[in-house]
Design a binder for this molecule. Structure first.
Ligand code: SF4
Length: 112
């Protein structure tokens, strides 16, 4: 069974329940349509630790990234909230993505 995770923006967490991400996952719609008919576990639903926090110097974030590895997560979906209004990638998320890729995880742009 494949295990996946969703990574979202901490600021967005103030206004977001995650319902649209979860709905898309359970319905295998939008960016989760690729798993249609497959047995896939949503193993983690995580957020960054906030603006300006270098993930490489952030013990808490390192612990979270390590946990994804331990869980055997193979792909991480990035919420639309992890992009700035101009469509560019948030630099903190970009650094997290780099580490996830180095750990062998696939990065999928989008959830719903
Ligand atoms: S670092 Fe990026 S993803 Fe995290 S809260 Fe700030 S804007 Fe959102």
């Amino acid at each position: 069974m494949q295990k996946i995770a969703i990574l979202n923006c901490l600021k967005a967490n103030e206004v977001c329940t995650g319902a649209s991400c979860l709905q898309a996952f359970y319905r295998r719609s939008q960016f989760f349509a690729r798993y249609d008919g497959q047995n896939v576990e949503l193993a983690a639903f995580m957020r960054c630790n906030g603006c300006g926090k270098d993930p490489r110097q952030d013990a808490g974030m390192q612990e979270k990234l390590e946990r994804l590895k331990q869980e055997g997560v193979t792909a991480v979906h990035l919420g639309v909230c992890t992009k700035k209004r101009d469509g560019s990638r948030c630099p903190v998320i970009a650094e997290i993505v780099e580490q996830l890729r180095a750990d062998g995880m696939e990065i999928v742009e989008g959830t719903h």
